[in-house]
Unconditional design. Structure first.
Length: 76
């Protein structure tokens, strides 16, 4: 079951209210996405911590409804 791009954006913005989120469907199949998330909540965190924060915001959907997400995070 594929996950909609808007649902991914909604879940991330719920966790990061100040976030700028850019998402692309890489394969056109609803399963392979690229996301760039910019938020002040990343300040002082390592890239690994930032990525974990984003994956946690997806509430267990990563690896299930969402097959692949290439992730970039930036401090605001």
């Amino acid at each position: 079951m594929a996950m909609d791009l808007k649902e991914i954006e909604k879940l991330i913005k719920e966790a990061f209210s100040d976030a700028t989120v850019e998402i692309q469907d890489l394969a056109g199949d609803g399963n392979h996405y690229s996301a760039t998330v910019t938020s002040s909540k990343f300040s002082g965190k390592s890239k690994i911590e930032q990525h974990k924060m984003v994956y946690n915001s997806l509430k267990g959907k990563m690896g299930n409804e969402l097959h692949a997400l290439a992730l970039k995070t930036k401090e605001q």
